[in-house]
Design a protein around this ligand. Sequence first.
Ligand code: C5P
Length: 222
Amino acid sequence: EQAAVLTIDGPGGAGKGTISRLVAERLGWHLLDSGALYRLTALAAIRHGVALDDELTLARLAAELDVVFLAEDGEGRVVLEGQEVTGDIRTEDVGDAASRVASLPKVRTALLQRQRDFRQAPGLVADGRDMGTVVFQEAPLKIFLTASAEERARRRHLQLREAGVDASLSSLLKEIQARDARDMQRSVAPLVPADDAVTLDTTSLTIPEVVDRLTALLAREG
Ligand code: C5P
């Protein structure tokens, strides 16, 4: 008997991270932030001086990733090779490197089992790009969370401004569009909604509204 799983896929900046965490908290389920695994692989590569197109070495790095997720405190702290990297993996540079590393099939295969191991009772909320299409294909409820690129850039801009970073809206929009294109056009596990996914456009929805809709959908699912 497999534990329950809810998959939440979608482009960067659609609010998946926040929404997934809140839904997992409300349900008392585990949380898989699969993007963090690609970010960690990228950071490990940068730190060990591995080229971002050296597929075999990157796949070995991904398979042997020495990582601990400290989820108990609710802040999603991450420790790589004994060192806290919670902030380090969130930079634009590491995000960009992650999306390059994530385009390599052997890296994706190397991370497959590690992601499936997160599926434990009473259930798992799995956040990513291919949770419903590849990693948890048999999930009973799959969500595809989107928002317009403009709205995602605006949200990112606000987030950065709150952190005291002054980035231009137009350059953020360009970065988001470039990341989208790379994630959607890659040949392995491209970013597309699963055939049986429910698409939810969050452009004009608040975070609590999205959380309510998802928990309602899940309740209906049984
Ligand atoms: O979601 P996040 O921005 O942390 O993901 C970083 C990168 O990792 C994404 O741009 C995407 O290329 C990749 N990724 C992926 N498959 C996932 C999660 C993330 O390819 N399931």
